[in-house]
Every structure is written in structure tokens, then in C-alpha cells.
Ligand binder design. Structure first.
Ligand code: B12
Ligand code: SF4
Ligand code: SF4
Length: 381
């Protein structure tokens, strides 16, 4: 069989196994990306979750000898939740970003890439392949951009005309000289809605992100959330979708294609208060299958406390006092102290005064003082 014919069969097979888009790119070094990555590092705009070795990130031949081409894949995920529960006073809810609504996409995409590898190996015994999704060295977006999956948009996401930006990306480096696809023209035009709507001004200029200011990143950190961002996080427990939900290219892209990515509303939009006391075992059992649980329960619990403060949820005060008095983790005690000040009930004030006398951790003491200061401000007002 000739290669052109095989490439067509591969595309047809990809669609059969639930790959929504496939594209082919050369495995030439990614020179532009290299400059962008170095610049991002110099500006301290990176999140720290990226592979630090810029050479590995931009030279596919370092990852697979004889690398000739890269196969890029995209799988769409839903943007609309059926029967989404509404939070009400006494039963407030948080939200996971759409990318973390269903089954963990790492497993779902790897499964498909493994099937593709087997398909290729059966036809090309001399094929050499290396697949990756998210945690690999390459920039999944730079590969997708080169392979014509979508354009690299101002909100930094790859946007596909078919599914908007609600797509997961993955790729396979191969030694097979597939015919490359053409990259797609930019379709953002003069629009700048994402830049203007981003709650923290994290999109510095079209296509460039200061990840240190991005709420998606901030929801995934394990320490105290810097004060500046505490009022901005809202009820987000993991990730942030604002620059995608405002994007006109995502209008009418419900993408309800793969049942495995359909959210369980009680997991994707969970009640906040039960999260405060959830055990490790229960957390793993309930949230372990979504990608948003990868940092463990602490960041989610810290964000749940901030969400309760955002709602000024007085009914949560006893649970927050309990955390302040007895949680082992300083980040949780301190964030609870801040939240009690923000919510502003008498019980909260009394508990802060009480704990102020005994708390030994310096950072928690600072948070207690911030909590108390909210009451002082309230009295002045
Ligand atoms: C680190 C990381 C993050 C960090 C930093 C994100 C960022 N924009 O750099 C944080 C935690 C903030 C993050 C958030 C999210 N992420 Co993320 N993340 C990654 C990861 C692991 C590496 C990204 C990276 O290297 N960033 C460094 C920048 C420089 O590289 P890049 O974004 O890949 O580069 C492209 C553009 O940014 C642009 N560019 C870069 N610099 C500049 C400068 C100028 C001037 C211009 C014009 C362009 C430009 O060019 C590149 C090619 O398109 C990738 C997986 C991977 N291995 O690639 C997933 C990945 C990018 N994330 C993904 C997703 C889904 C998200 C979220 C939507 C999740 C959410 N809902 O919260 C948000 C989106 C936030 C946003 N606006 O980017 C998807 C993207 C899917 C898509 N359609 O684009 C990926 C590919 C995971 C996957 N395999 O599906 N993420
Ligand atoms: S994910 Fe949220 S915080 Fe990050 S750039 Fe988009 S809108 Fe801004
Ligand atoms: S909101 Fe506008 S500028 Fe931003 S990514 Fe969408 S189309 Fe591009």
C-alpha cells in the first residue's frame, strides 16, 4: 500500500475510534516556540507545570530518533451541563472547569493513541512512534497549530472551527513521512473579548499569557492564595473557563459527543460545605476520575473556603470555625480565618479572637489579623 493511501485509511480509522480531528505536521524544530518559551521564562510568566528543558520541548528528534512527522489529535469535550444544580443559600456550590467534567482526558486520549499506534504498527512494522498527552515534553498547542487542527487564538487556546476551543490535544511523533497539513489562518481578527474579560488581566497581549496571574493556574497551587486574587476566584474549585465562555467562536459548540466526558453534576458542581471535611479516601472515590483532582484535595478545599467567603455564606461559619480551630494544615486554618472575617458574623469574630491567643503558625496569625481587620473596617464603615 502506498503512503498516501495509508494516511487516508489512518484518518478514517481515527474517526472510527472517536478521534474528532487529526492532522499531520513535520517534526522540524519549533523555532518560534523556542523564543516564546525563553521569553516566558525570562518574564516569569510560566506556571511551573511546563517541562523546563526548552530544547526537549522544541526538538522532537530529541524525543524520538529519526523523528520525521507528528500526528496531532483533538477530542471535543462538552461545554453544556444537563440538569445543572443551582447553588442556594445554605447549599452553595463550586464549579470545576469544563476540561475536568468527565473522565480524565489523559487516559481517554492515551487509549486512542495506543490504538492508533497498533494500527500503524500492523501496517508499518518498521514504524517508530512516541505518543504524549499534556504531560509530555512537547507543546500540544504548537503541534496542533502546525498540523492545522486549529488556530492559536488570543486567549492562547487552539480553536477549531468545528468544536471551538473545547478540545483536548495529544500527539504522536513518528518516523513515517506523512504528508503534512497546512496550518490554519488566524480567525480572531479584531476581537479582543477574552483579553478584556479575563478577571485578572492574565492575557498580556493576544496569544501571550502570564500564567502566574491566570486563575486556572492559581486554583491549582497548594499554598495561600495571594490576597489580590482572593476576591477574583469566585466559586471556581479547579480551572477557569471565562476566556472561553466569552469567545464568540465557542457559541453553539455544545460538543455533547462522547458520553465519557459528560459531567456528573454533583461532581462537576459539588456542594461546598461537604468538601471541607471530606476524607482522603472519599475524595479519591468521588473526584479521583476527573483530571481536576491531580493536585489532591487541599487546593480544592482551600478554594471551597474562598468560594464560601465569596458567597458570604453565614451558614458555613460553624464549619469554618471548626477548621480554624482544628485542621492540621496551616493553609486551611489561615484561609478559614480570612473567610470568617470576610463573612463577618459575631461567632466568627469571637472565634478569631479566641484562636489569636493560641495560634503558633506565623502565616496563620497573619491571616487571623486580616480576618479581624475586616471587622474593624466594618465598624469604621
Ligand atoms: C502549563 C499548562 C497550563 C498553564 C499555562 C497555560 C498557558 N497558556 O501557557 C495553566 C495552568 C495556566 C493552564 C491553563 C489551562 N489549560 Co493548560 N496546559 C499547560 C501545558 C501542560 C503546557 C502549556 C505550555 O507549555 N505553555 C507555555 C506556552 C508558551 O506554550 P503554549 O501555550 O503551548 O504555546 C502556544 C500559545 O501560547 C502561543 N504563544 C505562546 N507565547 C506566545 C507569545 C505571543 C506573542 C504569541 C502571539 C503567541 C504565543 O503559541 C503556542 C502555540 O499555539 C499544556 C500541555 C502541553 N504539554 O502542551 C496544557 C494545555 C495547553 N492546557 C489545556 C487546557 C484545556 C487548559 C485550560 C483551558 C484549563 C481550564 N479550563 O482551566 C486553561 C486555559 C488557560 C489559558 N488561557 O491558557 C489544553 C489546551 C487545549 C486547547 N484547545 O488549546 C492543553 C494543550 C492540555 C491538553 N493536552 O489538552 N495550562
Ligand atoms: S483561564 Fe481565566 S484567568 Fe486564565 S486567562 Fe482565561 S479568563 Fe483569564
Ligand atoms: S474571544 Fe475573540 S480574541 Fe479571544 S480567542 Fe475568542 S475570537 Fe479570539
Amino acid at each position: 500500500m502506498n503512503l498516501d493511501q495509508f494516511q487516508k485509511e489512518l484518518v478514517a480509522y481515527a474517526s472510527e475510534i472517536g478521534i474528532d480531528k487529526i492532522g499531520f505536521a513535520s517534526a522540524e524544530p519549533f523555532y518560534n516556540l523556542k523564543h516564546q518559551l525563553i521569553r516566558q521564562q525570562q518574564l516569569n510568566y510560566q506556571s511551573g507545570f511546563e517541562e523546563p528543558d526548552v530544547e526537549k520541548r522544541t526538538r522532537p528528534e530529541l524525543l524520538l530518533n529519526e523523528a520525521v512527522s507528528i500526528i496531532a489529535i483533538a477530542i471535543a469535550y462538552p461545554s453544556k451541563m444537563k440538569d445543572a444544580p443551582q447553588g442556594v443559600r445554605g447549599a452553595r456550590r463550586g464549579i470545576f472547569s469544563r476540561s475536568s467534567w468527565g473522565r480524565d482526558y489523559h487516559a481517554a486520549l492515551k487509549e486512542r493513541l495506543t490504538l492508533l499506534e497498533a494500527f500503524i504498527a500492523a501496517h508499518y512494522p518498521e514504524a517508530r512512534m512516541r505518543s504524549m498527552v499534556d504531560t509530555g515534553e512537547l507543546s500540544d498547542r504548537a503541534v496542533a497549530e502546525r498540523a492545522g487542527i486549529g488556530w492559536s487564538a488570543k486567549n492562547t487556546n487552539i480553536i477549531t472551527p468545528e468544536f471551538g476551543s473545547y478540545v483536548y490535544l495529544g500527539e504522536m511523533i513518528t518516523n513515517i513521512p506523512f504528508q503534512p497539513d497546512e496550518p490554519m489562518e488566524d480567525q480572531c481578527g479584531d476581537c479582543r473579548l477574552c483579553i478584556d474579560t479575563c478577571p485578572t488581566g492574565a492575557i498580556v497581549e493576544g496569544g501571550q499569557l502570564n500564567a502566574q496571574r491566570c486563575i486556572s493556574f492559581l486554583t491549582q497551587t497548594k499554598g495561600f492564595l495571594p490576597d489580590e486574587f482572593r476576591d477574583k476566584i469566585g466559586n471556581r474549585l479547579y480551572g477557569c473557563d471565562t476566556c472561553q465562555t466569552v469567545c464568540p467562536k465557542n457559541k453553539r459548540k455544545a460538543n455533547r459527543i462522547h458520553p465519557e466526558f459528560e459531567p456528573d453534576p454533583e461532581i462537576a458542581k459539588p456542594l461546598l460545605e461537604p468538601l471541607l471535611k471530606i476524607s482522603n479516601r472519599e475524595f479519591k472515590g468521588k473526584f479521583g476520575y476527573v483530571s481536576g483532582s491531580w493536585r489532591g484535595k487541599k487546593p480544592i478545599q482551600r478554594n471551597a473556603i474562598l468560594a464560601l467567603a465569596h458567597f458570604k455564606e453565614a451558614d458555613a461559619v460553624p464549619a469554618l470555625i471548626d477548621l480554624l480551630q482544628s485542621d492540621e494544615r496551616p493553609v486551611i486554618r489561615g484561609t478559614a480565618a480570612w473567610a470568617l472575617g470576610k463573612i463577618g458574623t459575631i461567632e466568627g469574630l469571637e472565634s478569631l479572637r479566641e484562636v489569636e491567643k493560641t495560634e503558633k503558625d506565623e502565616e496563620v496569625q497573619e491571616e487571623i489579623q486580616k480576618g479581624l481587620a475586616f471587622f474593624a473596617e466594618g465598624l469604621k464603615g
